[in-house]
Design a protein around this ligand. Sequence first.
Ligand SMILES: Cc1ncc(COP(=O)(O)O)c(C=O)c1O
Length: 404
Amino acid sequence: MSKTITSPLSERANNIKDSITMAVTDLGNQLKKQGHRVISFSAGEPDFDTPQNIKEAGITSIKAGKTKYTAASGIIELKNAIVKKFKNDNTLTYTNKDIVISCGAKHSIYNTLIALINTGDEVIVPSPYWVSYPDQVELVGGKPIIIEATDKAGFKITPAQLEAAITPRTKMVIINSPSNPTGAIYTKQELQALADVILKHDNIYVLSDEIYEELVYDGTEHYSIASLSKEMQDRTVVINGVSKAYSMTGWRIGYTGSTTEIASAMGKIQSQTTSNPTVASQWASLEALEGSQEAVETMRTSFESRRNLMVKELNKIKGMTCLTPPGAFYTFPNVSALYGKTSPEGLVANDVDFCAQLLTLYKVACVPGSGFGAPDHIRLTYTASAEDIKEGIDKIKLFVESLK
Ligand SMILES: Cc1ncc(COP(=O)(O)O)c(C=O)c1O
């Protein structure tokens, strides 16, 4: 009897979904290879170079021979700088035993989930969400429970929605403020109202992803839910990193602040998986946190003016509505009023058709909202130049006006 051939892959690997946005990315790459100029609003990173002083610190560390293993959870100098940063920026008191430095904030999120989530535990994920949250929850055996925050609600969940989603299996709530993809920011009062719900239940933790903390506009302030009370701090793992604020996406340094118990578990997990994050990147990150912060403000003001331009131009297009995002570097317009219309490429039935046809016909790349759990929307990054923003949105206008 011949054996049935089954997939060699684990159930976990088989369960990871292919990114719905990959098809549009592939199409953009194909067009570029064919020699077309594509205006890209799809990047997830700043367009600035890493500041020179930070690069130099990385180079100096290599030249000084700092090229060997470090403690798995990171060098003490950087942990101390992170403790100081949490104190100064977020009024959060940690010791260096509460800090784990990892290979990017994405890795910090994964470590947090694997340290806290048991098989079958529910993790509440507000949508629109950053693409990796639901898949990472599933990878560690958890169950993502999606609750929807619409544009009418400013892309923020309410305490009532949160309470209604909580069950005896709920172990965690993910909060991402400022948000990718919406740029939404919870106020201190809104966070307090969510914290009041969470603290009514024993054993519910918060993963608070604050990677866009520095990129806030119009004088809006960023608050960490962990800073509301000692009790809330003990229930929260704060995620942050250097990728977005210091334009260091390729250096791969993220970090967490948590209780010592959780940090020590994450440190053990990291010691058995990746070991320490890259040494030169750790020294460069130390300079990022301790050196001049001038470049952060230069980048922030530049993003703010490009945001204003993009939002103004997008809202001139009939059929698209775009809130002004108070943070991060993305706009997230609603394009659902255009679904059901037709372009020379065929029916625009949804966000994926919209982005694929816009790219094919006008060579402008945006990201479909369904990857973020919001199929009425598309995401545009304003890390492009002002000229590209103007030209790209003029082309989107032509595309929309051509729809019948
Ligand atoms: C909300 C959010 N969290 C985390 C990350 C990951 O950051 P890092 O590059 O440090 O892994 C990103 C990157 O796009 C993000 O948008």
